[in-house]
Ligand binder design. Structure first.
Ligand SMILES: *Cc1c(COP(=O)(O)O)cnc(C)c1O
Length: 360
């Protein structure tokens, strides 16, 4: 039987090598006689795991020394609230770019804590594009400027990082972290849920410039304050130990593959295979504006629901899973994160080609 390919947007595919290592170490982590799930988060063994994971991520992303790397819980969704709680301490006002559902969720949450200005939106374009961001749009008094770097649901991304001048740029990078090079120094804060490109669900990574600490609203709960976690090296309370261990294995795997540069090259190759086919197909259609197309989440459509059902059934039979588009947009979506092999994208394009041929 052909191997299964998982195109799901998240939780998503993990590298086989990582799963195998986790399996080998599951019952007896490094001679401890225990699983990582069972050892104390205060043990030397776990301290080594979390310190090594942080170090590995810092190297992969070239995180400057004046940035903290935090391993938190609560998903990217909790960051929609933690970002304003922690950064609204000065003017209680922020600029947001609305590029789709996750942006809108972030906006709605920030509005609970202060003034939010939507400085640009692609809603009128059905979120098929990314608005141009002129520095003139930014309020110099805003506490921060927020973007959703890669729009997992609509399949668009910011191909260039907006210039926000002195205003700290905050980005939700849940579905593009480690998939493409990101110049951390251009941002005040980056956040990502792990289940797209880092590891299992349950872990949330936050990278922030340390001079943004200490600007929280006075009512910020201790657990939601970045400073709490920075001071305790992400060990203020029990962290998601096993997810951090898995993330560490994934970071090491990315290193072994040649780092983020190599990942990005491979991701471009996979995305190009699909986009090139879509651009030339008379049956399948992409919607996203070419210059704004995501590297990791490729969205596309068939002319009607019957054909969509038929194609999805064929894909399942071919062991190509998770291709159904998000319920809010319909159609199809192929998520091509780091752990998706090139052969996965090739098998999908091959099936699309056969499907189209049978109809024309
Ligand atoms: C998946 C996703 C989220 C939501 O993440 P959770 O970890 O489920 O809270 C937010 N933003 C983006 C860009 C995402 O891809």
């Amino acid at each position: 039987m052909r191997s299964a390919v998982n195109f799901a947007a998240g939780p998503a595919v993990l590298p086989q090598e990582v799963l195998r290592t986790a399996q080998q170490e599951l019952l007896d982590y490094r001679g401890s006689g225990m699983s990582v799930m069972e050892i104390s988060h205060r043990s030397l063994l776990f301290e080594e795991i979390i310190a090594a994971a942080e170090q590995s991520l810092r190297q992969l992303m070239n995180v400057p020394d004046d940035y903290a790397v935090l391993f938190l819980q609560g998903g990217a969704t909790s960051q929609f609230a933690m970002v304003p709680l922690n950064l609204f301490g000065r003017n209680k006002t922020a600029d947001y770019v609305d590029t789709g559902s996750f942006s809108q969720k972030a906006i709605a949450e920030a509005r609970r804590f202060g003034q939010v200005n939507i400085v640009a939106s692609s809603e009128k374009q059905g979120f098929a594009s990314i608005p141009d961001i002129d520095r003139q749009l930014c309020d110099p008094h805003a506490d921060y400027f927020h973007i959703t770097m890669n729009n997992t649901i609509f399949g668009t991304h910011f191909a260039t990082v907006p210039d926000t001048g002195i205003v700290p740029l905050v980005a939700d990078v849940s579905s593009c972290i480690l998939a493409q090079e990101i110049d951390v120094s251009r941002f005040g804060l980056l956040y990502a849920g792990a289940q797209k490109n880092i590891g299992p669900a349950g872990l949330t990574v936050v990278i922030l410039r340390k001079n943004l600490l200490g600007k929280c609203l006075p009512s910020t709960p201790t657990m939601l304050n970045y400073a709490t976690h920075e001071a305790k090296k992400s060990l203020f309370n029990t962290p998601p130990c096993f997810a951090i261990y898995m993330a560490g294995l994934v970071f090491n795997w990315v290193h072994s593959q040649g780092g983020v540069t190599a990942m990005e090259a491979r991701n471009r190759q996979k995305a190009e295979l699909l986009y090139e086919y879509l651009d030339n197909s008379s049956l399948f259609r992409g919607k996203a504006r070419p210059r704004d197309r995501s590297l990791t989440n490729i969205t596309f459509f068939l002319p009607d629901e019957d054909m969509l059902r038929e194609f999805l059934a064929l894909a399942e039979a071919d062991r190509l899973h998770g291709l159904k588009g998000h319920r809010s947009v319909g159609g199809l979506r192929a998520s091509l994160y780091n752990a998706m092999p090139v052969t996965g994208a090739e098998r999908l394009v091959d099936l699309m080609r056969r499907f189209e041929k049978e109809r024309f």
